[in-house]
Ligand binder design. Structure first.
Ligand code: NDP
Length: 448
Protein backbone atom coordinates (compact mmCIF):
# COMPACT_ATOMS: atom_id res chain seq x y z
CA UNK A 1 0.00 0.00 0.00
CA UNK A 2 1.21 3.48 -0.80
CA UNK A 3 0.12 7.02 0.04
CA UNK A 4 0.90 8.10 -3.50
CA UNK A 5 -1.44 8.16 -6.50
CA UNK A 6 0.88 5.76 -8.34
CA UNK A 7 3.84 3.54 -7.55
CA UNK A 8 5.48 4.75 -10.75
CA UNK A 9 4.97 7.76 -12.97
CA UNK A 10 6.87 7.59 -16.27
CA UNK A 11 7.49 10.69 -18.38
CA UNK A 12 7.91 9.73 -22.04
CA UNK A 13 6.31 6.79 -23.86
CA UNK A 14 9.22 5.86 -26.09
CA UNK A 15 11.16 2.61 -26.15
CA UNK A 16 12.57 2.91 -22.62
CA UNK A 17 9.47 4.36 -20.98
CA UNK A 18 7.03 1.87 -22.48
CA UNK A 19 9.16 -1.14 -21.54
CA UNK A 20 9.70 0.16 -17.99
CA UNK A 21 5.98 0.85 -17.52
CA UNK A 22 4.68 -2.42 -18.76
CA UNK A 23 7.20 -4.57 -16.89
CA UNK A 24 6.69 -2.55 -13.69
CA UNK A 25 2.94 -3.01 -14.04
CA UNK A 26 3.43 -6.74 -14.67
CA UNK A 27 5.39 -6.84 -11.39
CA UNK A 28 2.28 -5.44 -9.70
CA UNK A 29 3.03 -1.72 -9.63
CA UNK A 30 0.34 0.90 -10.23
CA UNK A 31 1.74 2.80 -13.19
CA UNK A 32 0.92 5.92 -15.23
CA UNK A 33 2.78 7.32 -18.20
CA UNK A 34 2.67 10.75 -19.83
CA UNK A 35 3.49 11.40 -23.48
CA UNK A 36 3.27 14.84 -25.07
CA UNK A 37 3.77 13.68 -28.69
CA UNK A 38 2.85 10.17 -29.78
CA UNK A 39 3.09 6.84 -27.98
CA UNK A 40 6.06 4.92 -29.39
CA UNK A 41 8.62 7.71 -29.21
CA UNK A 42 11.44 8.48 -31.61
CA UNK A 43 12.17 4.92 -32.75
CA UNK A 44 8.63 4.03 -33.75
CA UNK A 45 7.27 7.41 -34.79
CA UNK A 46 10.15 9.35 -36.38
CA UNK A 47 13.26 7.17 -36.25
CA UNK A 48 14.33 3.56 -36.71
CA UNK A 49 11.03 2.15 -37.98
CA UNK A 50 9.99 4.68 -40.66
CA UNK A 51 13.68 5.07 -41.62
CA UNK A 52 14.12 1.34 -42.23
CA UNK A 53 10.93 1.29 -44.30
CA UNK A 54 12.30 4.16 -46.41
CA UNK A 55 15.57 2.22 -46.79
CA UNK A 56 13.57 -0.72 -48.17
CA UNK A 57 11.51 1.57 -50.37
CA UNK A 58 14.53 3.35 -51.80
CA UNK A 59 16.48 0.16 -52.44
CA UNK A 60 14.02 -0.94 -55.13
CA UNK A 61 15.68 1.68 -57.31
CA UNK A 62 18.98 -0.24 -57.24
CA UNK A 63 17.22 -3.60 -57.46
CA UNK A 64 15.31 -2.40 -60.48
CA UNK A 65 18.54 -1.56 -62.29
CA UNK A 66 20.13 -4.88 -61.29
CA UNK A 67 16.97 -6.80 -62.21
CA UNK A 68 17.67 -6.29 -65.93
CA UNK A 69 20.77 -8.45 -65.68
CA UNK A 70 18.60 -11.14 -64.09
CA UNK A 71 16.26 -11.12 -67.06
CA UNK A 72 13.57 -8.72 -65.90
CA UNK A 73 12.23 -5.96 -68.09
CA UNK A 74 11.53 -3.07 -65.74
CA UNK A 75 10.88 -0.46 -68.40
CA UNK A 76 8.20 2.00 -67.44
CA UNK A 77 8.59 1.42 -63.69
CA UNK A 78 7.97 4.67 -61.83
CA UNK A 79 8.30 5.80 -58.24
CA UNK A 80 5.74 7.77 -56.28
CA UNK A 81 7.02 9.42 -53.09
CA UNK A 82 3.55 10.13 -51.74
CA UNK A 83 2.64 6.44 -51.86
CA UNK A 84 5.76 5.40 -49.96
CA UNK A 85 5.44 8.27 -47.47
CA UNK A 86 1.76 7.60 -46.77
CA UNK A 87 2.15 3.83 -46.48
CA UNK A 88 5.02 4.30 -44.05
CA UNK A 89 2.91 6.79 -42.06
CA UNK A 90 0.05 4.28 -41.96
CA UNK A 91 2.37 1.59 -40.61
CA UNK A 92 3.64 4.00 -37.97
CA UNK A 93 0.01 4.73 -36.99
CA UNK A 94 -0.64 1.00 -36.69
CA UNK A 95 2.38 0.50 -34.44
CA UNK A 96 1.44 3.51 -32.33
CA UNK A 97 -1.94 1.89 -31.76
CA UNK A 98 -0.31 -1.40 -30.75
CA UNK A 99 1.99 0.37 -28.27
CA UNK A 100 -1.03 2.09 -26.71
CA UNK A 101 -2.87 -1.24 -26.58
CA UNK A 102 0.06 -2.97 -24.87
CA UNK A 103 0.13 -0.29 -22.21
CA UNK A 104 -3.64 -0.55 -21.75
CA UNK A 105 -3.52 -4.35 -21.55
CA UNK A 106 -1.00 -4.00 -18.73
CA UNK A 107 -3.22 -1.48 -16.90
CA UNK A 108 -0.80 1.39 -17.44
CA UNK A 109 -2.77 4.65 -17.44
CA UNK A 110 -1.78 6.94 -20.31
CA UNK A 111 -1.91 10.74 -20.08
CA UNK A 112 -1.50 12.14 -23.57
CA UNK A 113 0.01 15.41 -22.49
CA UNK A 114 3.21 16.94 -21.21
CA UNK A 115 4.21 16.32 -17.61
CA UNK A 116 6.90 18.06 -15.59
CA UNK A 117 8.50 17.11 -12.32
CA UNK A 118 7.46 19.34 -9.42
CA UNK A 119 9.02 17.46 -6.52
CA UNK A 120 10.78 14.21 -5.63
CA UNK A 121 7.39 12.50 -5.65
CA UNK A 122 5.19 14.74 -7.73
CA UNK A 123 4.56 15.69 -11.32
CA UNK A 124 2.20 18.15 -12.91
CA UNK A 125 0.34 17.60 -16.16
CA UNK A 126 0.20 20.55 -18.53
CA UNK A 127 -3.59 20.58 -18.04
CA UNK A 128 -2.93 21.43 -14.42
CA UNK A 129 -3.46 18.18 -12.52
CA UNK A 130 -0.90 17.39 -9.82
CA UNK A 131 -0.08 13.70 -9.42
CA UNK A 132 2.02 11.96 -6.79
CA UNK A 133 4.13 8.85 -7.27
CA UNK A 134 6.52 6.81 -5.16
CA UNK A 135 8.93 6.70 -8.09
CA UNK A 136 9.35 8.92 -11.14
CA UNK A 137 11.08 7.68 -14.27
CA UNK A 138 12.34 10.20 -16.82
CA UNK A 139 12.40 8.61 -20.28
CA UNK A 140 12.06 11.69 -22.46
CA UNK A 141 14.68 10.72 -25.04
CA UNK A 142 16.64 13.17 -27.12
CA UNK A 143 15.84 15.81 -29.70
CA UNK A 144 17.66 16.61 -32.96
CA UNK A 145 20.32 19.29 -32.48
CA UNK A 146 20.22 22.39 -34.68
CA UNK A 147 23.20 24.74 -34.68
CA UNK A 148 22.94 28.31 -33.52
CA UNK A 149 23.75 30.02 -36.82
CA UNK A 150 21.80 32.53 -38.93
CA UNK A 151 19.12 30.83 -41.01
CA UNK A 152 19.43 27.41 -39.30
CA UNK A 153 15.63 27.33 -39.04
CA UNK A 154 15.36 26.95 -42.82
CA UNK A 155 16.65 23.41 -42.39
CA UNK A 156 14.59 20.47 -41.24
CA UNK A 157 15.48 17.57 -38.93
CA UNK A 158 14.71 13.87 -38.84
CA UNK A 159 11.44 14.86 -37.10
CA UNK A 160 10.13 16.37 -40.33
CA UNK A 161 11.87 14.33 -43.00
CA UNK A 162 9.28 11.55 -43.03
CA UNK A 163 6.46 13.85 -44.05
CA UNK A 164 8.05 15.83 -46.89
CA UNK A 165 5.31 17.03 -49.27
CA UNK A 166 7.55 16.14 -52.21
CA UNK A 167 11.07 14.88 -52.78
CA UNK A 168 13.56 17.71 -53.33
CA UNK A 169 15.73 17.87 -56.44
CA UNK A 170 18.80 18.65 -54.32
CA UNK A 171 19.43 17.92 -50.65
CA UNK A 172 22.25 18.94 -48.36
CA UNK A 173 22.63 16.74 -45.32
CA UNK A 174 24.59 18.29 -42.46
CA UNK A 175 26.51 15.78 -40.35
CA UNK A 176 28.42 12.58 -40.92
CA UNK A 177 26.81 10.18 -38.48
CA UNK A 178 24.04 7.59 -38.58
CA UNK A 179 21.18 9.76 -39.80
CA UNK A 180 23.28 11.63 -42.37
CA UNK A 181 24.59 8.47 -44.02
CA UNK A 182 21.26 6.66 -43.90
CA UNK A 183 19.39 9.54 -45.52
CA UNK A 184 22.20 10.14 -47.99
CA UNK A 185 21.61 6.56 -49.16
CA UNK A 186 17.81 6.88 -49.22
CA UNK A 187 17.74 10.20 -51.09
CA UNK A 188 20.48 9.13 -53.50
CA UNK A 189 18.59 6.00 -54.48
CA UNK A 190 15.40 8.01 -54.94
CA UNK A 191 17.19 10.25 -57.43
CA UNK A 192 17.87 13.28 -55.24
CA UNK A 193 21.17 15.07 -55.81
CA UNK A 194 22.80 14.63 -52.37
CA UNK A 195 25.61 16.58 -50.73
CA UNK A 196 26.74 15.40 -47.29
CA UNK A 197 28.58 18.10 -45.39
CA UNK A 198 30.37 17.56 -42.10
CA UNK A 199 32.64 19.79 -40.05
CA UNK A 200 35.21 17.12 -39.17
CA UNK A 201 37.77 15.15 -41.12
CA UNK A 202 35.83 11.85 -40.86
CA UNK A 203 32.31 10.52 -41.02
CA UNK A 204 31.03 7.84 -38.63
CA UNK A 205 33.84 8.51 -36.21
CA UNK A 206 33.11 5.52 -33.95
CA UNK A 207 33.39 3.01 -36.82
CA UNK A 208 36.48 1.25 -38.15
CA UNK A 209 38.46 3.51 -40.51
CA UNK A 210 38.74 1.04 -43.40
CA UNK A 211 35.03 0.24 -43.31
CA UNK A 212 34.22 3.94 -43.30
CA UNK A 213 36.66 4.56 -46.18
CA UNK A 214 34.82 1.88 -48.16
CA UNK A 215 31.49 3.61 -47.48
CA UNK A 216 32.93 6.98 -48.52
CA UNK A 217 34.33 5.53 -51.77
CA UNK A 218 31.13 3.64 -52.59
CA UNK A 219 28.91 6.62 -51.73
CA UNK A 220 31.00 8.93 -53.90
CA UNK A 221 30.86 6.39 -56.71
CA UNK A 222 27.07 6.45 -56.44
CA UNK A 223 27.15 10.22 -56.85
CA UNK A 224 26.90 11.40 -53.25
CA UNK A 225 29.06 14.50 -52.83
CA UNK A 226 30.79 14.12 -49.44
CA UNK A 227 32.46 17.26 -48.14
CA UNK A 228 34.63 16.97 -45.04
CA UNK A 229 36.10 19.79 -42.94
CA UNK A 230 33.30 22.06 -44.07
CA UNK A 231 31.54 24.11 -41.40
CA UNK A 232 28.36 26.09 -41.95
CA UNK A 233 28.28 29.86 -41.45
CA UNK A 234 24.77 30.90 -42.47
CA UNK A 235 21.77 29.91 -44.55
CA UNK A 236 19.62 32.26 -46.56
CA UNK A 237 16.38 31.57 -48.35
CA UNK A 238 16.00 32.85 -51.86
CA UNK A 239 12.87 34.13 -53.58
CA UNK A 240 12.46 30.87 -55.50
CA UNK A 241 12.39 28.93 -52.20
CA UNK A 242 15.86 27.44 -52.59
CA UNK A 243 18.48 27.77 -49.87
CA UNK A 244 21.96 29.20 -50.13
CA UNK A 245 24.41 27.76 -47.63
CA UNK A 246 27.46 29.83 -46.86
CA UNK A 247 30.32 27.76 -45.46
CA UNK A 248 33.15 29.08 -43.34
CA UNK A 249 35.74 28.04 -45.94
CA UNK A 250 34.09 30.32 -48.48
CA UNK A 251 32.20 27.57 -50.32
CA UNK A 252 28.57 28.20 -51.18
CA UNK A 253 26.09 25.39 -51.72
CA UNK A 254 22.66 25.80 -53.28
CA UNK A 255 20.00 23.35 -52.27
CA UNK A 256 16.28 22.74 -52.07
CA UNK A 257 16.39 20.92 -48.74
CA UNK A 258 18.74 21.09 -45.78
CA UNK A 259 18.58 18.24 -43.26
CA UNK A 260 20.31 18.72 -39.92
CA UNK A 261 21.73 15.39 -38.75
CA UNK A 262 24.41 16.59 -36.37
CA UNK A 263 23.50 14.61 -33.27
CA UNK A 264 20.70 14.54 -30.75
CA UNK A 265 20.53 16.49 -27.47
CA UNK A 266 19.09 14.85 -24.33
CA UNK A 267 15.56 16.11 -23.79
CA UNK A 268 15.91 17.27 -20.21
CA UNK A 269 15.19 21.00 -20.35
CA UNK A 270 12.07 22.60 -18.86
CA UNK A 271 11.09 19.34 -17.22
CA UNK A 272 11.52 20.69 -13.70
CA UNK A 273 14.51 18.43 -13.08
CA UNK A 274 17.03 21.12 -12.13
CA UNK A 275 14.43 22.78 -9.87
CA UNK A 276 14.04 19.60 -7.81
CA UNK A 277 17.81 19.16 -7.63
CA UNK A 278 18.42 16.41 -10.22
CA UNK A 279 22.03 16.60 -11.47
CA UNK A 280 22.44 17.15 -15.19
CA UNK A 281 25.71 16.84 -17.11
CA UNK A 282 27.01 19.67 -19.31
CA UNK A 283 25.39 18.13 -22.38
CA UNK A 284 22.02 18.21 -20.59
CA UNK A 285 21.92 14.48 -19.97
CA UNK A 286 20.45 13.23 -16.70
CA UNK A 287 23.21 11.75 -14.56
CA UNK A 288 22.38 8.28 -13.27
CA UNK A 289 24.18 5.38 -11.65
CA UNK A 290 24.28 1.79 -12.90
CA UNK A 291 20.86 1.36 -11.29
CA UNK A 292 19.42 4.20 -13.43
CA UNK A 293 18.83 6.26 -10.28
CA UNK A 294 19.57 10.00 -10.18
CA UNK A 295 20.94 11.82 -7.14
CA UNK A 296 17.31 12.31 -6.03
CA UNK A 297 16.54 8.80 -4.75
CA UNK A 298 12.93 8.61 -6.00
CA UNK A 299 13.79 9.84 -9.52
CA UNK A 300 15.27 7.56 -12.19
CA UNK A 301 16.10 7.98 -15.87
CA UNK A 302 16.66 5.61 -18.79
CA UNK A 303 17.35 5.86 -22.51
CA UNK A 304 18.65 8.72 -24.65
CA UNK A 305 17.98 11.35 -21.98
CA UNK A 306 20.87 9.79 -20.04
CA UNK A 307 23.11 9.85 -23.16
CA UNK A 308 24.91 6.63 -22.32
CA UNK A 309 24.38 4.81 -25.61
CA UNK A 310 21.71 6.41 -27.83
CA UNK A 311 20.20 3.21 -29.18
CA UNK A 312 16.68 1.78 -28.90
CA UNK A 313 17.65 -1.71 -27.66
CA UNK A 314 19.72 -0.08 -24.91
CA UNK A 315 16.83 2.12 -23.76
CA UNK A 316 14.63 -1.00 -23.70
CA UNK A 317 17.17 -2.92 -21.62
CA UNK A 318 17.62 -0.01 -19.22
CA UNK A 319 13.85 0.31 -18.82
CA UNK A 320 13.49 -3.43 -18.21
CA UNK A 321 16.38 -3.50 -15.72
CA UNK A 322 14.84 -0.55 -13.87
CA UNK A 323 11.48 -2.32 -13.59
CA UNK A 324 13.00 -5.62 -12.44
CA UNK A 325 15.20 -3.82 -9.92
CA UNK A 326 12.62 -1.50 -8.41
CA UNK A 327 9.45 -3.58 -8.64
CA UNK A 328 10.54 -7.14 -9.48
CA UNK A 329 12.84 -7.78 -6.52
CA UNK A 330 15.55 -8.67 -9.05
CA UNK A 331 18.31 -6.03 -9.11
CA UNK A 332 19.86 -5.95 -12.58
CA UNK A 333 22.20 -3.69 -14.51
CA UNK A 334 22.74 -3.43 -18.25
CA UNK A 335 25.93 -4.82 -19.75
CA UNK A 336 27.20 -2.33 -22.31
CA UNK A 337 29.96 -4.58 -23.68
CA UNK A 338 29.93 -5.66 -27.30
CA UNK A 339 26.83 -3.82 -28.46
CA UNK A 340 26.24 -4.65 -32.13
CA UNK A 341 25.31 -1.66 -34.26
CA UNK A 342 24.34 -1.05 -37.85
CA UNK A 343 24.28 1.94 -40.14
CA UNK A 344 21.56 1.41 -42.74
CA UNK A 345 23.51 3.24 -45.38
CA UNK A 346 23.79 1.91 -48.93
CA UNK A 347 25.60 -0.44 -48.57
CA UNK A 348 24.93 -0.98 -44.87
CA UNK A 349 27.54 -1.37 -42.14
CA UNK A 350 27.44 -3.80 -39.22
CA UNK A 351 29.85 -3.61 -36.34
CA UNK A 352 30.56 -5.07 -32.94
CA UNK A 353 33.44 -4.68 -30.51
CA UNK A 354 36.66 -2.78 -30.96
CA UNK A 355 37.80 -1.09 -34.15
CA UNK A 356 41.35 -1.85 -35.26
CA UNK A 357 42.55 1.49 -33.81
CA UNK A 358 40.84 0.84 -30.46
CA UNK A 359 42.26 -2.68 -30.26
CA UNK A 360 45.81 -1.49 -31.07
CA UNK A 361 45.53 1.15 -28.36
CA UNK A 362 44.50 -1.49 -25.81
CA UNK A 363 46.32 -4.69 -26.80
CA UNK A 364 49.94 -5.47 -27.77
CA UNK A 365 49.33 -8.33 -30.16
CA UNK A 366 46.53 -7.44 -32.50
CA UNK A 367 46.01 -9.18 -35.80
CA UNK A 368 43.61 -8.34 -38.58
CA UNK A 369 41.85 -10.80 -40.87
CA UNK A 370 39.94 -9.55 -43.87
CA UNK A 371 37.77 -10.58 -46.72
CA UNK A 372 37.37 -8.09 -49.56
CA UNK A 373 34.89 -9.53 -52.02
CA UNK A 374 32.15 -8.83 -54.50
CA UNK A 375 28.82 -10.34 -53.50
CA UNK A 376 27.62 -12.94 -56.00
CA UNK A 377 24.52 -10.89 -56.74
CA UNK A 378 26.62 -7.83 -57.53
CA UNK A 379 28.81 -9.87 -59.89
CA UNK A 380 25.88 -10.98 -62.03
CA UNK A 381 24.36 -7.52 -61.77
CA UNK A 382 27.67 -6.16 -63.08
CA UNK A 383 27.70 -3.83 -60.11
CA UNK A 384 31.25 -2.91 -59.25
CA UNK A 385 30.68 -2.70 -55.51
CA UNK A 386 32.84 -4.65 -53.10
CA UNK A 387 32.03 -5.76 -49.58
CA UNK A 388 34.67 -5.69 -46.85
CA UNK A 389 34.65 -7.89 -43.75
CA UNK A 390 37.23 -7.24 -41.10
CA UNK A 391 37.99 -9.28 -37.99
CA UNK A 392 40.12 -7.84 -35.19
CA UNK A 393 41.74 -10.47 -32.97
CA UNK A 394 43.96 -10.10 -29.91
CA UNK A 395 46.27 -12.30 -27.87
CA UNK A 396 47.94 -15.63 -28.55
CA UNK A 397 44.57 -17.39 -28.56
CA UNK A 398 43.33 -14.92 -31.22
CA UNK A 399 40.18 -13.90 -29.41
CA UNK A 400 37.86 -11.97 -31.71
CA UNK A 401 37.56 -8.51 -30.13
CA UNK A 402 35.97 -6.74 -33.08
CA UNK A 403 34.06 -7.54 -36.24
CA UNK A 404 33.23 -4.96 -38.88
CA UNK A 405 31.28 -5.49 -42.07
CA UNK A 406 30.21 -3.37 -45.00
CA UNK A 407 28.17 -4.96 -47.74
CA UNK A 408 24.63 -6.12 -48.49
CA UNK A 409 22.64 -7.23 -45.42
CA UNK A 410 25.52 -6.45 -43.04
CA UNK A 411 23.12 -5.54 -40.24
CA UNK A 412 21.31 -8.87 -40.53
CA UNK A 413 24.56 -10.85 -40.62
CA UNK A 414 26.04 -8.90 -37.73
CA UNK A 415 23.30 -9.78 -35.25
CA UNK A 416 24.21 -13.47 -35.39
CA UNK A 417 27.97 -12.90 -35.58
CA UNK A 418 27.81 -10.60 -32.54
CA UNK A 419 26.72 -13.55 -30.40
CA UNK A 420 30.07 -15.21 -31.11
CA UNK A 421 32.04 -12.05 -30.35
CA UNK A 422 30.07 -11.40 -27.17
CA UNK A 423 30.70 -15.01 -26.12
CA UNK A 424 34.44 -14.39 -26.45
CA UNK A 425 35.08 -16.89 -29.25
CA UNK A 426 38.37 -17.10 -31.14
CA UNK A 427 39.37 -16.99 -34.80
CA UNK A 428 39.77 -20.75 -34.59
CA UNK A 429 36.15 -21.11 -33.43
CA UNK A 430 35.03 -19.19 -36.49
CA UNK A 431 37.28 -21.33 -38.74
CA UNK A 432 35.95 -24.53 -37.16
CA UNK A 433 32.45 -23.61 -38.28
CA UNK A 434 31.61 -25.00 -41.72
CA UNK A 435 30.81 -22.36 -44.33
CA UNK A 436 27.18 -21.97 -45.33
CA UNK A 437 27.53 -21.87 -49.08
CA UNK A 438 26.82 -19.86 -51.11
CA UNK A 439 26.30 -16.85 -48.89
CA UNK A 440 28.05 -13.60 -48.05
CA UNK A 441 28.11 -14.53 -44.36
CA UNK A 442 30.34 -17.54 -45.11
CA UNK A 443 33.19 -15.05 -45.50
CA UNK A 444 33.13 -14.79 -41.70
CA UNK A 445 34.55 -18.31 -41.40
CA UNK A 446 36.90 -18.07 -44.40
CA UNK A 447 38.88 -14.94 -43.51
CA UNK A 448 42.55 -14.81 -44.29
P1 NDP B 1 25.65 11.16 -34.74
O1 NDP B 1 26.07 11.42 -33.35
O2 NDP B 1 25.64 9.79 -35.27
O3 NDP B 1 26.59 11.99 -35.72
C1 NDP B 1 26.66 13.39 -35.68
C2 NDP B 1 27.50 13.78 -36.87
O4 NDP B 1 27.36 15.18 -37.11
C3 NDP B 1 28.98 13.52 -36.67
O5 NDP B 1 29.50 13.07 -37.90
C4 NDP B 1 29.53 14.89 -36.31
O6 NDP B 1 30.86 15.03 -36.68
C5 NDP B 1 28.65 15.77 -37.14
N1 NDP B 1 28.46 17.14 -36.64
C6 NDP B 1 28.30 17.51 -35.34
N2 NDP B 1 28.10 18.84 -35.27
C7 NDP B 1 28.15 19.31 -36.54
C8 NDP B 1 27.99 20.59 -37.12
N3 NDP B 1 27.74 21.67 -36.37
N4 NDP B 1 28.10 20.71 -38.47
C9 NDP B 1 28.33 19.62 -39.24
N5 NDP B 1 28.48 18.37 -38.75
C10 NDP B 1 28.37 18.22 -37.41
O7 NDP B 1 24.24 11.90 -34.89
P2 NDP B 1 22.93 11.58 -35.71
O8 NDP B 1 22.15 12.84 -35.64
O9 NDP B 1 23.23 10.99 -37.04
O10 NDP B 1 22.22 10.46 -34.85
C11 NDP B 1 21.87 10.70 -33.48
C12 NDP B 1 21.90 9.41 -32.70
O11 NDP B 1 20.79 8.62 -33.08
C13 NDP B 1 23.12 8.56 -32.95
O12 NDP B 1 24.11 8.81 -31.98
C14 NDP B 1 22.63 7.15 -32.88
O13 NDP B 1 22.91 6.64 -31.61
C15 NDP B 1 21.14 7.26 -33.08
N6 NDP B 1 20.77 6.63 -34.36
C16 NDP B 1 21.04 5.31 -34.54
C17 NDP B 1 20.74 4.71 -35.74
C18 NDP B 1 21.07 3.27 -35.93
O14 NDP B 1 21.31 2.58 -34.95
N7 NDP B 1 21.12 2.75 -37.17
C19 NDP B 1 20.10 5.43 -36.83
C20 NDP B 1 19.90 6.83 -36.54
C21 NDP B 1 20.22 7.39 -35.35
P3 NDP B 1 32.08 14.82 -35.64
O15 NDP B 1 32.05 13.39 -35.26
O16 NDP B 1 33.26 15.19 -36.48
O17 NDP B 1 31.83 15.79 -34.52
Amino acid sequence: MTDYDYDLFVIGAGSGGVRASRISAAHGAKVAIAEEHRVGGTCVIRGCVPKKLLVYGAHFAQDMVDAKRFGWNTEGATFDWETLRDNVAAEVNRLEGLYGQTLGNNNVEIFRERAIVTGPNSVQLVSGREITAAHILVATGAWPSVPDIPGAGYGITSNEVFSLPALPTRAVIAGGGYIANEFAGIFNELGVDVTLVTHGDRILRSYDDEIVDRLVDTSRHKGIDIRLNTAFESITKRDDGSLLIQCKNGEQIETDLLLWAIGRTPHSKALGLEEVGVDLANDGSVKVGDDNRTNVPSIYAVGDVTNRVQLTPIAIREGHAFADTVFGNNPRTVNYDCIPTAVFSNPPIGSVGMTEAEARAKHQDVKIYKSDFRAMKNVLADRNERALYKMVVAGAEEKVVGLHLIGPDSGEIMQAAAIAVKAGLTKQDFDDTVALHPSMAEELVLMK
